[in-house]
Design a protein around this ligand. Structure first.
Ligand code: FO1
Length: 460
């Protein structure tokens, strides 16, 4: 492992007496290619201690509902089984991160944490640290970045204005961070008595126990977990990868479907990179690595260095705000309520199809994500209302919503990382998108027909 992934946050400075090495699994919900878990095992091996992995369920996270929790818990079921096979302890608790982790940390030698980049994820870690300091626990604390290929502060020390800034920085460091050492499979006899508070074998029961919003049901199309992610990765490489450069056409469904697995940390970006780098050098390979490495890590840079990445007033560029101000009172030809939009009941059949895909599956063809959000901008009285609704629907329906990628993609709709375009009503100098473009470029009616089929499937 490249040691730059590791930050030692606290040193006990005395010989600790802990019973285990505790890994608080939060962002990296997997066993494979997990630098934090590997590090915990390494410390445990050195000290002759067992490892305990803990996951804390919190019932509220950015409009997350039964759809997301089901997907996450499916992944955790696999984690539980894998850890058992490795003789690593695993407990699931529910409640506050600071309270639950501090209780477990009070018996630990070392606390290992993975890293999360959104505001809440960073706050959760700060709360845990504050609680540990307040209780004067004498433990070592280590933090590891395992969900980006190049750690965020190492790739670039400040906001990167665009991909062109970050690209050379990432490529320069890629070799040094292609660094996963396979787990030392020393068996860790686990005979400490610690019980999970919830039994994740029954997901529906966990969801009702936690009082999670059930208005959006689980996806019939995507199941969570590392094995599923592997299946999609293999399928992508064998049947979609060669035609990846044609992926913009929504009717062709050329996508890896890995974004939701990456979102929940069920597969590591490094593992995906290692699978792709073995393939011959083609345009497809270059474009995929651009998405996986440059575009994805640009989003992490964006949320890490922009404090208010999710607020309308601070998410985009001054030229974009100026233009929106100028066009604030332009006449909107169509105005729809949130409900009409959410139910896909507008005059635009392409929008409606995309909205239905999102509601029914938890996913949307990539190009349609841009088209979909751009239409909402023109159907609300204010840009602010449009922004808020786009964020809300993203969070509520997408399995891969609530992610650094979501925030930067939504900001792009409002000009971030884009350039000014010729001036038009409502749009100002923001890039516009209309149905004529869809019809010109793609077999878009095929996409609409595919979604109509999906709708029927779901009605039955
Ligand atoms: N992380 C947790 O540690 N506990 C949770 O209960 C939890 C719920 C959750 C629901 C939806 C969602 O999108 C993410 C959720 N996460 C939870 C966070 C997740 O593990 C990652 O930190 C983020 O997905 C990264 O962006």
């Amino acid at each position: 492992m490249n040691n730059a992934r590791l930050t030692k946050i606290m040193n006990a400075n005395i010989e600790q007496t802990g019973e285990y090495v505790l890994y608080w699994m939060q962002r990296s919900q997997r066993v494979h290619f997990n630098h934090a878990l590997s590090y915990a095992i390494e410390v445990a091996n050195a000290k002759g201690l067992p490892v305990l992995v803990a996951f804390i369920l919190t019932p509220t996270f950015l409009n997350a509902n039964a759809r997301h929790y089901t997907f996450m818990l499916e992944g955790l079921q696999e984690v539980e089984a894998e850890l058992k096979r490795m003789k690593v302890g695993f407990v699931i608790k529910k409640g506050r991160f600071d309270e639950e982790i501090t209780i477990l940390a009070s018996r630990a030698h070392t606390l290992v944490m993975d890293y999360g980049y959104l505001r809440n994820e960073r706050q959760w870690r700060r709360d845990v640290l504050d609680a540990i300091i307040a209780r004067k626990l004498a433990i070592d604390i280590a933090l590891l970045e395992s969900d980006v290929i190049v750690p965020v502060t190492i790739s670039y020390p400040k906001v990167a204005y665009g991909a062109y800034v970050l690209r050379p920085q990432l490529h320069k460091r890629l070799l040094n961070f292609d660094d996963f050492d396979h787990l030392p499979m020393i068996s860790h006899p686990w005979n400490i008595r610690l019980m999970s508070e919830v039994d994740i074998r029954n997901i529906d029961e966990v969801i009702s126990l936690l009082n999670i919003d059930t208005s959006v049901q689980k996806s019939r199309y995507f199941k969570g977990g590392y094995n599923e992610a592997q299946k999609w990765l293999r399928e992508f490489i064998s049947s979609k990868f060669p035609v990846y450069p044609q992926r913009s056409d929504p009717s062709l469904a050329i996508q890896s479907y890995l974004s939701m697995y990456l979102h929940f940390g069920q597969i590591s970006p490094l593992e995906i990179y290692q699978a792709i780098k073995l393939l011959p050098d083609t345009e497809a390979k270059e474009q995929f690595i651009e998405q996986l490495l440059v575009r994805r890590e640009l989003a992490f840079n964006y949320v890490f260095y922009n404090k208010d990445y999710d607020q309308f007033k601070s998410m985009t560029e001054p030229w974009a705000y100026e233009s929106m101000e100028k066009h604030r009172d332009d006449e909107r030809h169509y105005l729809y309520s949130d409900q009409e939009i959410e139910e896909g009941k507008t005059h635009d059949v392409y929008f409606n199809a995309a909205m239905d895909e999102m509601r029914l599956t938890g996913f949307m063809a990539n190009y349609m994500r841009m088209y979909w959000a751009k239409q909402i901008v023109t159907w609300k009285k204010t840009y602010e209302e449009a922004y808020d609704l786009i964020v809300r629907l993203n969070n509520q329906y997408f399995l891969d919503g609530r992610d650094p990628n979501s925030y930067v993609n939504i900001a792009w709709i409002f000009g971030k990382m884009d350039r000014p375009w010729p001036e038009k009503p409502i749009w100002g100098i923001l890039r516009s998108m209309n149905d004529a473009g869809l019809k010109r470029k793609f077999a878009i009616d095929d996409y609409v027909n595919q979604i109509a089929k999906l709708r029927k499937e779901n009605a039955s």
